[in-house]
Design a protein around this ligand. Structure first.
Ligand SMILES: [Zn+2]
Length: 189
């Protein structure tokens, strides 16, 4: 059975997280991520996220480096943390755990994590992301108005489009809700 997006859970997400975190959280709540990863937030915000996790029965683990991994299964949160912290070449498997498509995870693995920002900048400046692929443009991620939380393997990645379409639909349906204001400002003004 298809799960419906639970607006209440998203409305209850603590404020004061980074704009990009809400993109990740939305994707997690529409089942596009096995594990949600949050990083570099204040411990006060994390305490609120912990209460949120407890309320909705999500499992979480916080790594030594201050990343928080949230999943419906504790084991998945733990595996994602171990994978992220490992010194092995973990880019591909980490991408899959975080819900990135295989093609995009492979691409990043082949480029190398250190080059990802350069690759992303080039992808954004060299492509116009024509419709319908406009919704997979990753440029809005840090500002909180993208529909994917990864760098797509190309400007016409259909796997990324599938994810973005689902997120777009949920955002459109709820655009007048204050929790969606950043997306609304960019996409539905
Ligand atoms: Zn792809």
């Amino acid at each position: 059975m298809k799960q419906i997006f639970n607006l209440k859970i998203f409305e209850d997400v603590p404020t004061l997280l980074k704009p990009a975190d809400y993109v990740d959280i939305l994707l997690f709540l529409i089942n596009k991520k096995l594990t949600l990863r949050l990083a570099f937030n204040e411990s006060k915000s994390y305490n609120e996220v912990i209460s949120w996790c407890k309320k909705y029965k999500f499992h979480y683990i916080i790594s030594k480096s201050g990343f928080m991994y949230i999943s419906k299964k504790y084991l998945l949160a733990w595996i994602t943390m171990k994978c992220d912290d490992s010194t092995y070449n973990h880019t591909l498997i980490l991408g899959l755990l975080l819900g990135y498509p295989l093609c995009c995870s492979r691409k990043v693995a082949s480029i190398g994590e250190l080059e990802i920002d350069n690759y992303e900048n080039e992808l954004i400046s060299n492509n116009s992301f024509e419709e319908p692929y406009n919704i997979i443009n990753p440029k809005g991620y840090i500002y909180g108005y993208s529909f994917i939380s990864h760098v797509p393997c190309c400007a016409s990645c259909n796997k990324s489009l599938k994810i973005a379409e689902k997120a777009y639909k949920v955002v459109k349906q709820n655009k007048d809700n204050p929790k969606f204001s950043i997306w609304k400002e960019y996409w539905f003004w």
